[in-house]
Write a protein that binds this ligand. Structure first.
Ligand code: NAI
Length: 350
C-alpha cells in the first residue's frame, strides 16, 4: 500500500518502489528527520508504480525486485539520485542514469561480515558433512549414527582457499579461512600491484592459475560483462576434481548446467551456492530440480541457500539506515557517497 507522507511540497520526494521491509519506514524517517517525503511501495515490477511517482521523485531507494532499466530512466524527469538498497548494482542502467545526470549509489558495507561468514559456513558445512550427517540422524537416529567416509570430508588446515575478487567480502572471507589454517591465494586483476603485500596473501595473475591451485574456490566479484559466465565448463575443468566451489556473489557468474555436469561426473567435489542465475529459480531448472529430487550426486555435495548470505537482524537495520543516510546526504547536502556511476556523470555532478 502506498504510504506517502504529507509534508510541504518543496520537500523532495523519495520513491521506494519495492520495499523489502514490513511495517512503517521508521528507520528511514528517523534518518530523514522530515527532510524528505517517502512514497513506500512494495511492487515487483516498475509498471505497478504510478507514472507520476516516477516522474516526480527526486530520489529513489531501490531494493531488489524492480529493475531500473534504460526505458524507465527516460521517465525519471526530476530524479537526481538512485540508491541501491544493497551492495550489487547489476540491475541498474548505470550509463543511462549518468547521461541524465542521475547519480547511482550502493550500500557496500552493511553485510560484509555476514556474507563472509556465510561463505565460510558453506565451506565448513560441506567439508564437515554437517547437512549429510544431520539428514542421516534425522532419518534414522540409530542407523544414521555413523561416520561418513565420503571424500568431501577433509582436513582444512593446509588446504588452499582461492578467492576470486579480493574486495571487501573476499578479504573478510580470506581472513576467516586463514584462521582455519588454510593458505590464501587470490586473483583480482583490478587491485594495484603490491596489494598482495599489504594483505599478506599470495596472488596469481590469471583465473586459470587460481582454479588449478585451489582446494576451495570462493567467488567474490561483482556481476559484470566480464564475470558473467566466468565459471563455465572450461573453468570447471581447470579446477581440481576434489575441489569445492562457493558462490555468495552473483548467480550468473557460474554456468549452472556446466556445474551440474561437473558434479555429476565427479569432476568437482562439492558446491555451496547462495545465489542462482534466476532468483527464485525458474521452475524446471535442471540443477535445482536435481537438488529438489535429492539426486545421489547432490547429497552432501550441494548446498543451496536463498540469497540469504547478507541477512542478519543487525545487517538488515544497517542496510536501511545506511541507504537512507546516503540519500539524505546527497539530497540535503549535495554529498555523493559510494557512487557507482561516476564515470558516466557530467563532471560537475560527480
Ligand atoms: P567489492 O567491490 O568490494 O569487491 C569486488 C572485487 O572484485 C574488487 O576487488 C574487484 O577488483 C574484483 N573484480 C572485479 N572484476 C573481477 C574479475 N573479472 N576477476 C577477479 N576479480 C574481479 O565487492 P563486495 O562488496 O566485496 O561484493 C562482492 C560480491 O558479493 C558482489 O557480487 C556483490 O553483489 C555480492 N554480494 C552478495 C550478497 C549476498 O547476500 N549473497 C550480499 C552483498 C554482496
Amino acid at each position: 500500500m502506498p504510504a506517502d507522507r504529507h509534508q510541504p511540497a518543496a520537500t523532495p520526494l523519495i520513491l521506494v518502489p519495492d520495499a523489502e521491509f514490513d511495517g512503517p519506514p521508521d528507520i528511514e524517517e528517523a534518518v530523514f528527520g522530515g527532510s524528505a517525503r517517502l512514497a513506500i511501495h512494495r511492487a515487483h515490477k516498475a509498471d505497478e508504480i504510478p507514472a507520476a511517482l516516477w516522474r516526480d521523485c527526486a530520489g529513489i531507494m531501490a531494493w531488489h525486485n524492480v529493475t531500473i532499466g534504460e526505458n524507465l530512466v527516460e521517465d525519471l524527469a526530476n530524479c537526481r539520485l538512485i540508491v541501491r538498497v544493497g551492495a550489487g548494482y547489476d540491475n541498474m542502467a548505470l550509463a543511462a542514469c549518468g547521461r541524465r545526470g542521475i547519480a547511482v549509489c550502493n550500500v557496500p558495507d552493511y553485510g560484509v561480515n555476514e556474507v563472509a561468514d556465510h561463505a565460510i559456513a558453506l565451506m565448513l558445512a560441506l567439508g564437515r558433512g554437517i547437512l549429510r550427517y544431520h539428514g542421516a540422524v534425522a532419518a534414522d537416529p540409530i542407523g544414521g549414527w555413523t561416520v561418513d567416509k565420503t571424500p568431501a570430508i577433509r582436513r582444512f588446515a593446509g588446504l588452499t582457499f582461492g578467492v576470486v575478487g579480493m574486495g571487501r567480502i573476499g578479504t573478510a572471507a580470506a581472513r576467516r579461512a586463514a584462521a582455519f589454517g588454510l593458505r590464501i591465494l587470490f586473483y583480482d586483476p583490478y587491485l594495484p600491484t603490491g596489494a598482495e603485500l599489504g594483505l599478506g596473501f599470495a596472488r596469481v595473475d590469471s583465473l586459470g592459475a587460481l582454479l588449478g591451485q585451489s582446494d576451495i574456490v570462493s567467488l567474490h566479484t561483482p556481476l559484470t560483462a566480464e564475470t558473467r559466465g566466468m565459471i563455465d565448463a572450461a573453468a570447471l575443468a581447470a579446477m581440481r576434481p576434489d575441489a569445492v566451489l562457493i558462490n555468495t556473489a552473483r548467480g550468473p557468474i557460474i554456468d549452472l548446467d556446466a556445474l551440474g555436469a561437473a558434479l555429476e561426473a565427479g569432476r568437482l567435489a562439492a558446491a555451496g551456492l547462495d545465489v542462482l542465475p534466476q532468483e527464485p529459480p525458474l521452475a524446471g531448472t535442471a540443477f535445482v530440480e536435481a537438488v529438489r529430487r535429492g539426486e545421489p550426486w547432490t547429497i552432501g555435495r550441494v548446498i543451496v541457500t536463498p540469497h540469504a548470505a547478507w541477512y542478519s537482524r543487525d545487517s538488515y537495520g544497517d542496510l536501511r539506515r545506511k541507504a537512507a543516510l546516503v540519500a539524505r546526504d546527497f539530497l540535503r547536502d549535495g554529498r555523493l557517497r559510494d557512487g557507482v556511476n561516476r564515470q558516466f556523470l557530467p563532471a560537475a555532478a560527480s
